[in-house]
Ligand binder design. Structure first.
Ligand SMILES: C[S@@+](CC[C@H](N)C(=O)[O-])C[C@H]1O[C@@H](n2cnc3c(N)ncnc32)[C@H](O)[C@@H]1O
Length: 275
């Protein structure tokens, strides 16, 4: 009987090693495949509509805008500023000061997210809701007038106004405390300040709206809020946005729209009110 040659390679450990690597490869491919599948499924079928259909609410919005000659006030270029951010962040939490001809558009651009409107005129809100009943809108009151803007800008420099906290407990004269609680309890990803009205001296003006938007952005637990102010060609919108949303948080300006990105001040609690 011939004995095994002494110098032959022992294949048993090598085979075991190969099997182990093969096992690892199968595990990796399996996990990649299932996560890709999950991503595709969640992106394609977010709505209750069948995947290959335009969602009914979006279809109704298209027909609405195609059959009206009353269009939103912001220009095409101005709208691109917010659209670019919504393309990144939507579906998200979007707070809009003011109901208008753009409301349905904002809701649809944030499809699958939550878009909330704050409106000063009850009559106008009822009118809009007749045509767009699914809109989440709240009537809110403002206790200022455009004529008080210079004095309010001065008061905004007080120490209490630099204190970042929930607007309901702020001692700053500019903090609005009377919004529905869910406005304060939600972390807003985008805030559009396009109201209240401020085109005449006796109208409320956007002084407190701009300050409160900035305070809510700083007071969120984490992340950033994109804040947009429309009509920045006017004194109030220009001065108050630069003072309370801050030059250091300024991102972009197109036509009459100005865009700021404000980080949470709770994460970096040592942040100054303006960088
Ligand atoms: C500058 S407007 C906002 C307009 C909106 N961005 C648009 O594109 O239609 C601000 C406020 O004006 C008032 N408003 C706007 N359109 C109105 C209308 N057709 N009738 C009555 N009030 C209106 C509402 O009180 C609204 O909150």
């Amino acid at each position: 009987m011939r004995s095994k040659p002494q110098n032959s390679i022992n294949l048993k450990p090598l085979t075991l090693l190969c099997c182990f690597f093969l096992f690892l490869l199968v595990l990796k491919l399996g996990s990649n495949f299932s996560s890709t599948l999950q991503n595709l499924q969640s992106k394609a079928c977010e709505s209750t509509a069948p995947c290959d259909k335009v969602p009914p609410s979006l279809a109704r919005a298209l027909v609405h805008y195609a059959s009206t000659n009353i269009t939103p006030q912001q220009t095409y270029q101005e709208l691109q500023v917010t659209l670019r951010v919504l393309e990144q962040k939507s579906p998200c939490n979007f707070l809009v000061f003011g109901l208008g001809n753009d409301s349905l558009m904002w809701s649809m651009l944030n499809y699958g997210g939550r878009t909330v409107f704050l409106e000063e005129s009850e009559a106008w809100m009822e009118e809009v809701k007749k045509h767009m009943p699914s809109m989440e809108a709240y009537h809110v009151a403002y206790d200022t007038k455009v004529t008080e803007a210079v004095q309010l800008l001065h008061l905004g420099k007080e120490h209490d106004c630099k204190d970042v906290k929930d607007p309901r407990s702020s001692k700053c004269h500019l903090a609005i405390k009377t919004f529905p609680n869910e406005v304060y309890n939600t972390e807003w990803d985008l805030i559009m300040v396009d109201a209240p009205t401020g085109f005449k001296a006796e109208l409320p003006g956007r002084m407190t709206a701009i300050y409160t938007a900035g305070l809510m952005a700083r007071n969120r637990n984490h992340g950033e809020t994109d804040v947009f102010v429309h009509d920045i060609d006017r004194w109030v919108e220009n001065k108050f946005s630069m003072a309370f949303l801050c030059e250091g948080y300024w991102r972009e300006e197109v036509g009459k729209i100005r865009h700021f990105t404000i980080p949470s001040h709770k994460v970096g609690s040592e942040r100054p009110f303006c960088p």
